[in-house]
Design a protein around this ligand. Structure first.
Ligand code: XMP
Length: 321
C-alpha cells in the first residue's frame, strides 16, 4: 500500500488528531492495545492519541533495554504520570544484551534489536494483556530510509515483507506514518504535551546501540551514556536538530600522568536539519568544542580522544550504526 506524505504545510493538526482518534477506536473496536513509550516526540504523540481513543484499554510500557540515556526510564514514567498516563516499566536489559552479545555488523545489530522488541518483549506483553494491537510511532522518514536501503529502522516490518500478525500474533497500528518530524511536533503540540517533549531532539529506537561501533556490551553502552550526559549538558543551548556521542571500536594512543595510555575514542556529531533526511554539521564555537573535549576526557573513564564530525548527510547518516 502506497503511503502518501502529509507535509507540514498541508497538516491541520486538530483535524488530524480527530481522524486518528476515530481510526484507532474503530480498528481496535472493544478490544485492547499496547504501546511502547520511549519519551520521544513520536511515541509520546502516539501514546496520547491512543489514550484519547482507547482510555484504559491502551496499556503503555517503557521498555528498559539497557540502551537508554541516564535516568531516562524513571524520568519518562514520572513525566507521564504527571500527565495522567500510567506507564509500566519493563526491565528487558538481559534480553537485549544477550541478543547483541558478540555481534559487530551494523545491520545485524539493528535486526537483533528489532527482533528483541517484537518477538521477545511485545509478544510477551500482548499475551499477558490479551491485546491484539500494538500502536507505534513509525514516521514517513523511517519508511523512506528503510525502503531506500539506507538503514533498517528498528520499527519497520511490513516494508521488509514481515507480517507481524502471522509472525508474532498481533497487528500494528501506525498513526504517524504519513508525517515527518516537524509535522509530528505540530501534532504533539496540539495535543497539549509540554514543550520539553514536542521540541525534544530525536533519539533513535535502537537508542545508544546506534552509537556504539562494534560490540554492544553493558560496559561500552555505559561509556557512551556518560559521554552523552556531558554532551547533552553542553550542547542543549545550541538549538541544533540533534547531537550525539559515538564510541569507536579501535583504541588510540594517548597520554595519562605522563605515560602512554591506550584509550577510547569518542566522536561528537551535532546536526542542523529539519527532517533528518539531510543534515549538515553545526558550526559550533571552538570554545564549546574545547569544553566538550576537556569534560569528556576527564569525566568519562578510559577516553583519551574526542573528535568532531564535519561530514554532511549524505554521505554520512545521522547515527553511526
Ligand atoms: P539516520 O542515522 O538514518 O537517522 O540518518 C535519521 C533519523 O532517524 C533516527 N533514527 C531512528 N529512529 N528508529 C528510530 O525510531 C531507528 O532505528 C532509527 N535509526 C535512526 C536518527 O536519530 C535520526 O533522527
Amino acid at each position: 500500500m502506497e503511503i502518501i506524505e502529509i507535509t507540514l504545510d498541508e497538516l491541520d493538526a486538530d483535524k488530524f488528531i480527530a481522524e486518528k482518534v476515530d481510526e484507532i477506536s474503530s480498528i481496535v473496536g472493544d478490544g485492547s492495545a499496547i504501546n511502547a513509550l520511549s519519551g520521544g516526540v513520536d511515541s509520546s504523540t502516539v501514546t496520547i492519541l491512543g489514550h484519547k481513543a482507547l482510555g484504559d484499554r491502551l496499556k503503555t510500557y517503557f521498555i528498559d533495554t539497557g540502551l537508554m540515556r541516564q535516568g531516562e526510564p524513571e524520568n519518562v514514567v514520572s513525566l507521564f504520570k504527571d500527565l495522567g498516563v500510567t506507564v509500566d516499566l519493563v526491565d528487558a536489559k538481559k534480553t537485549f544484551f544477550a541478543a547483541l552479545k558478540g555481534h559487530t555488523d551494523p545491520e545485524e545489530k539493528r535486526e537483533l534489536i528489532t527482533r528483541s522488541f517484537y518477538r521477545d518483549v511485545f509478544v510477551k506483553l500482548v499475551r499477558e494483556t490479551g491485546a491484539k494491537y500494538l500502536l507505534q510511532g513509525t514516521n514517513y522518514t523511517d519508511i523512506e530510509e528503510t525502503v531506500a536501503g539506507i538503514k533498517r529502522q528498528h520499527n519497520i516490518l511490513e516494508q521488509l515483507g514481515i507480517d507481524p500478525d502471522e509472525m508474532y500474533g498481533y497487528k500494528i497500528i501506525e498513526p504517524l506514518i504519513q508525517l515527518r518530524k516537524p509535522a509530528i511536533r505540530e501534532v504533539c503540540k496540539a495535543l497539549w504535551l509540554p514543550e520539553k517533549i514536542y521540541n525534544r531532539p530525536p533519539f533513535p529506537g535502537p537508542a545508544l546501540a546506534a552509537r556504539v561501533i562494534g560490540e554492544v556490551t553493558p560496559e561500552r553502552v555505559e561509556t557512551v551514556r556518560n559521554a552523552t550526559t556531558v554532551l547533552e549538558e553542553e550542547l542543549s543551548y545550541s538549538g541544533a536538530f540533534q547531537y550525539l556521542a559515538i564510541l569507536h571500536e579501535d583504541k588510540v594512543t594517548g597520554i595519562r600522568k605522563g605515560k602512554r595510555d591506550y584509550g577510547l575514542q569518542i566522536e561528537v556529531r551535532c546536526w542542523e536539519s529539519t527532517d533528518a533526511k539531510t543534515g549538515s554539521p553545526t558550526r559550533l564555537p571552538h570554545d564549546a568544542l574545547d569544553r566538550l573535549a576537556e569534560r569528556i576526557t576527564t569525566e568519562v573513564p578510559g577516553v583519551v580522544s574526542v573528535t568532531y564530525n564535519i561530514t554532511k548527510k549524505p554521505p554520512s547518516t545521522i547515527e553511526a550504526v
